[in-house]
Ligand binder design. Structure first.
Ligand code: ZN
Length: 217
């Protein structure tokens, strides 16, 4: 991903435009307490203030998004983070489905994201059923601390077998949002970053690469 995606949030003065035709990071102007002018009999000339409704105006494409309270209701698109370009297809399938249902069911989205992470572990040659063991193996293979922590967050929050007296963190909108972020972070750390370094290395002059190969043999 080039520029970091900024999720549309109520009241924020800049985010990625939710309209797919635009999608750009853009300054947003807010119109609060929208009013409607009546035309129907009995309402002619009357102005009604819709206190709970507001609109954000994208200065780049001049399209409007409608909000009810703090929730965007138009356009009906997911505000969840898009999948990283390097996400394996098998993983992305679940990730995209989670994005689609996120509005209606954050809990369902969280469950699908766990499945996505499980698939990712399998793609990496680990056992998808035992996240704890998979993380341990990946750490042995040199997994960075940041990614390890991200994975452990997923593991612990999703652990249903909690002992009495412990706080159960239930899946909700906030958990689902952070799972979107964590899934991309894992892909970035395990797939994107090593790929970028590999490409840089491949572009080194042949002579230099031969020298390195000689040194390490
Ligand atoms: Zn726009």
């Amino acid at each position: 991903m080039g520029r970091d995606y900024v999720q549309p949030v109520y009241g924020l003065d800049g985010f990625n435009c939710p309209h797919s035709e635009c999608g750009a990071f853009a300054h947003q102007l807010w119109l609060y307490h929208l009013t409607a002018r009546g035309r129907a009999t009995g309402l002619v000339g009357k102005t009604i203030t819709l206190n709970t409704f507001s609109a954000s105006f994208c200065v780049k494409c001049e399209r409007v998004a409608l909000w009810k309270g703090e929730q965007m209701i138009y356009p009906m698109v997911s505000i969840a983070l898009p999948a990283s370009e390097d996400m394996p297809q098998e993983v992305k399938r679940y990730y995209d489905e989670a994005r689609e249902i996120f509005y209606q069911s954050p809990r369902g989205a969280a469950a699908l994201l766990r499945l996505a992470i499980q698939k990712l572990m399998i793609e990496l040659g680990e056992d998808g059923d035992d996240l704890n063991e998979a993380i341990g193996n990946l750490v042995k293979k040199g997994l960075s601390e940041r990614i390890q922590k991200s994975l452990d967050i997923v593991r612990v929050i999703g652990n249903n077998a909690v002992h009495p007296g412990q706080i159960v963190i239930e899946d909700n909108t906030e958990v689902a949002m952070s799972l979107f972020k964590v899934t991309n972070l894992i892909v970035d750390g395990i797939i994107t970053k090593p790929k970028e370094i590999g490409e840089l290395y491949d572009n080194l002059p042949e002579g230099a690469k031969n020298q390195i190969a000689k040194r390490d043999n």
